[in-house]
Design a protein around this ligand. Structure first.
Ligand code: TGC
Ligand code: FAD
Length: 387
């Protein structure tokens, strides 16, 4: 595809040189390493494991964390990398999210010094993979209802339960597992070769086909006493990590949207029906204009959240506004693009149906639209309507 979308608001003007460099590096990586193979990988449901080390070499893994071999960038730089990766495929932004924003950030925020030294440098280099096991089959929206338990046995901990939809679990070296204890929800670092830990990839997915999600069983998984994350007490532990991953999604969704919009523009000028380019029909222009408006608004919203995050002022409700809006609008852009491409739009000659399918998953994970609407509703009214 040749069309490259230009921002009408001269968005680059809002970025520092360093941020532009990170964006350019991620764009080049996505275009050279992911784009040429993604349609085939998606069709074959193949996760291209050899890219993990290359992502580490680029500095993208845990890039917003400081120390332990992490790049220590600002939030906007990280967001721009998420945008560029997701412009190629949501599955690769998800990889960076699960590794960096969920697993690494849990260890970085709540781990002991020994846990950080053991895992973070290797994870930053892509030599070790992490996963984040919160969701259970009985209802991912309500982690407070989790049934996985951790009990004391002498100095050890013993974990029992099941988790569902756990990204990367079957290739992970370490799982961050959330479980209930008599003192509330706690997090544990589980090396995945521990007896009793099994991860089985979920098959039959029609979205996120180039990435891995698993059912996980914890059957009497025995861990040393120091496997617990000392700094996480209660659900605020995992929720603190979700804030990080949701922030990346706010940006990433706009990458998928941009890819679709570029496809729509390309097709609008290249194809003629009723004697003129379809982009010269007013109805097509109205669609293109609506898509551009939502894309530009989404990027500016992501940018605003990024600057708030950089000064420590970003609230969970603001993240929910970004996640709800940007994923919803990206999906709408994917659907409208598919309509403009018409018949050819359902083929993998174009990335559009793949983005649309992936965005259905993105709309569901890290809190569904309903959950984010309720978080915003609670912030507006002071009244929680979850239960
Ligand atoms: P609630 O009573 O509101 O809070 C319990 C405790 O948590 C604190 N808290 C937060 N802390 C930090 N950040 C947040 N965003 C927080 N939200 C709440 C709260 O202050 C309280 O702390 P404390 O110390 O008083 O105990 O909790 P609730 O049970 O009513 O839940 C509210 C709700 C529905 C918003 C929450 O359950 C929720 O967010 N549900 C959605 C679950 C979800 O998003 N799961 C994602 C799993 S991981 C994933 O999908 C990875 S996808 C791959 C990728 O990211 O690319
Ligand atoms: P449910 O919670 O069963 O929700 C079903 C429906 O009910 C939804 O429409 C929901 O919006 C609605 N609903 C629920 N509660 C309310 C309410 N109070 N009011 C109104 N409506 C409500 N989890 C992890 O822990 N780690 C991962 O790495 C991970 N990766 C994932 C990757 C993919 C591709 C997918 C699809 C999921 C992943 N998840 C992961 C799980 C994800 O977070 C959950 O799917 C999500 O939280 C929703 O849970 P659920 O699918 O069980 O839906």
């Amino acid at each position: 595809m040749t069309t490259q979308l230009q921002h009408v608001f001269d968005y680059d003007d809002l970025l520092t040189d360093t941020e532009r460099e990170w964006q350019a590096k991620a764009r080049a990586f996505a275009r050279e390493r992911i784009a040429p193979v993604i349609e085939d990988d998606f069709e074959r449901a193949h996760f291209r494991r050899e890219l993990i080390g290359l992502l580490g070499q680029q500095g993208f893994l845990g890039m917003h964390l400081s120390g332990y071999g992490c790049a220590g960038t600002g939030a906007v730089a990280y967001g721009l990398v998420c945008l560029e990766l997701e412009a190629a495929d949501s599955g690769w932004r998800t990889f960076v999210s699960v590794q960096g924003s969920l697993a690494m950030s849990a260890i970085h925020k709540y781990g002991s010094e020994a846990q950080k030294q053991t895992w973070l440098p290797r994870m930053a280099r892509g030599e070790a993979v992490g996963c984040f096991a919160l969701t259970e089959a009985q209802g991912g929206s309500d982690p407070a209802a989790m049934m996985t338990t951790a009990r004391r046995d002498g100095d050890d901990w013993v974990l029992d339960g099941t988790k569902r939809w756990i990204g990367l679990a079957s290739i992970a070296d370490v799982a961050v597992v959330w479980a209930t204890t008599p003192d509330g929800v706690r997090g544990f670092l589980v090396p995945t070769d521990t007896p009793g830990f099994t991860a089985t990839p979920i098959t039959g997915k029609l979205a996120m086909r180039a990435s891995i999600q698993c059912d996980v069983v914890l059957d009497g998984v025995r861990l040393a006493g120091d496997a617990i994350l000392p700094g996480a007490n209660g659900l605020s532990g995992p929720f603190g990590c979700l804030n990080e991953a949701r922030f990346g999604i706010v940006w990433g969704a706009m990458g998928a949207a941009r890819s679709c919009l570029e496809a729509a523009l390309e097709r609008s000028t290249a194809r003629s029906v009723f004697g003129k380019p379809i982009g010269q029909h007013q109805l097509t222009q109205a669609k293109l204009a609506d898509m551009l408006v939502e894309y530009e608004k989404g990027v500016l919203l992501a940018h605003r959240l990024g600057r708030l995050k950089e000064r420590g002022a970003l609230t969970p409700a603001q993240i929910s506004v970004g996640k709800l809006n940007n994923v919803r609008e990206a999906l709408e852009i994917a659907h409208t693009t598919r309509a403009i491409l018409a018949g050819d739009g359902i083929t993998n000659e174009w990335p559009v149906m793949r983005h649309a399918a992936n965005l259905e998953a993105v709309r569901t994970y890290e809190g569904t639209d309903d959950i984010h609407a309720l978080v915003i509703g609670r912030a507006l009214t002071g009244l929680a309507a979850f239960a």
